[in-house]
Design a protein. Structure first.
Length: 159
């Protein structure tokens, strides 16, 4: 396990040292790590603290201030369902309920098999095609529960 941790620490350090910004900060380092791994692993807090010469508490302070940082590993695929006003009027609530039921989720989060992370979005920026969802950042407009489930079952045939 120690070897795995050492290797992971090395990988994090490599990511931190490959930042090309002129000024390396705690925030830029957190962003680099989240871009690379999809979340901020606990070990990265320690490595960032050493790398930027800050305390672990200072790094946690920055990381926990921004709600976009996540501290758990995301699912293999990202599903976002828009529930903004336009999509809501076009029926996104039904899609949201049906998809949550199919995925076995009560709200946002990861499915048990970690195939999907479900996130709500307040506007995916394509209101004219409401209701809109996105799977791995591909937008799908004029969605229905059936069309979304069909797409998801191509990723996870057990659905
Ligand atoms: S409200 Fe859903 S895309 Fe804008």
């Amino acid at each position: 396990m120690q070897i795995d941790n050492d290797r992971f620490r090395e990988e994090i350090n490599k990511e931190l040292s490959s930042q090309t910004r002129p000024t390396i900060t705690v925030l830029s380092s957190l962003l680099a790590i989240q871009d690379k791994f999809g979340y901020i692993p606990e070990l990265a807090i320690d490595v960032i603290a050493q790398y930027t010469e800050h305390t672990i508490n200072e790094v946690w302070g920055v990381a926990s201030f921004y709600p976009n940082f996540r501290f758990t590993k995301p699912g293999e695929n990202m599903l976002e369902i828009c529930w903004g006003p336009t999509c809501h009027l076009a029926g996104s609530s039904k899609i949201l309920n049906d998809i949550q039921e199919a995925l076995g989720l009560d709200g946002e989060g990861e499915t048990i098999n970690n195939k999907f992370t479900l996130k709500y979005n307040t506007c995916l920026g394509a209101c004219s095609q409401a209701p809109v969802i996105s799977i791995n950042h591909d937008f799908i407009g004029n969605s229905t529960s059936e069309s979304v489930l069909e797409k998801l079952s191509k990723i996870d045939p057990k659905l």
